[in-house]
Design a protein around this ligand. Structure first.
Ligand code: AMP
Length: 254
């Protein structure tokens, strides 16, 4: 696979890998059988690229990407009561309390598009959330297929997060060093203003990494014990990381 296997469509991402684009037959190992129902979790430190890889994986398997961070951010920008409850934790780089997060996830999983699979980005974030997720899925008569760990060290993720700039208008993510927009402070795609997330400021990044180490990293052992954890190197070029991710998930293709 050369360039990214997905393209941004008007309202959703479309996978253009060899099978999905009709170049290779289903079952050839090059892509997805669209009948697959796949339930995945991506785990890794902030800045490991979970959001980016979750987009590729979601497009590849034609499943929704469920990002708890994105849902919280939407609620914050819309000023909902959920957003108001979550904001102060997010700004501080702390986890939003489990009760709030889990109720939100339960509602999201009840939506029809999640009935046939999903990829979680940013959930679960601690062992308690993982146990609750197991229970929710058991109630629905199903379970997780695989947990993909994106492995990147602190130095790498600090570099990535501190340069991350998001377009206020279209949401595109730029990087001041690795992928700068041509006009500083503005998006090349839509001309929108770029901003730095409050939780990407240096002190908050360090705190988020501490929170990850204390609360989220234990999930790696939790899922390894269940035999559903696969780790990939999440450093280097985005395309290469995507190839590793799709390779690690290949046996789930139909
Ligand atoms: P993210 O975009 O995944 O880095 O999430 C941004 C922020 O949203 C986190 O730093 C937390 O404050 C909050 N958040 C996202 N997912 C969760 C979760 N599963 N549990 C608790 N807080 C979360």
């Amino acid at each position: 696979m050369g360039r990214p296997a997905w393209q941004a469509g008007r309202s959703r991402l479309v996978c253009s890998c060899l099978v999905c684009s009709g170049v290779a037959p289903p079952g050839s190992g090059a892509g997805i059988d669209r009948g697959a129902s796949v339930r995945l979790v991506l785990v890794g430190p902030p800045g490991a690229g979970k959001g980016t890889q979750a987009q590729f994986v979601a497009a590849h398997f034609a499943i929704p990407k469920i990002s708890t961070g994105d849902i919280f951010r939407t609620n914050v920008s819309q000023g909902t009561s959920l957003g108001l409850s979550a904001k102060r934790y997010m700004d501080a780089g702390d986890l939003v309390p489990d009760e709030i997060t889990v109720a939100m996830v339960r509602d999201r999983l009840a939506e029809p598009d999640a009935s046939d699979g999903f990829v979680f980005d940013g959930f679960p974030r601690n062992v308690r959330q993982a146990e609750i997720l197991d229970g929710i899925l058991a109630d629905l008569g199903t379970k997780l297929d695989l947990v993909l760990e994106l492995v990147a060290d602190d130095e790498e993720v600090i570099r990535r997060l501190s340069g991350r700039r998001t377009c206020r208008t279209c949401g595109h993510i730029w990087h001041s060093d690795f992928d700068p927009s041509s006009r500083e402070g503005f998006c090349d795609h839509c001309g929108g203003e770029l901003f730095q997330r409050d939780d990407d400021l240096p002190n908050t990044i360090r705190h988020r990494l501490d929170v990850y180490g204390e609360q989220t990293a234990p999930l790696v052992a939790f899922y390894a014990e269940r035999g559903i954890l696969v780790g990939i190197d999440a450093t280097g070029l985005v395309d290469d990381i995507t190839d590793r991710a799709i390779d690690a998930l290949r046996h789930l293709d139909g």
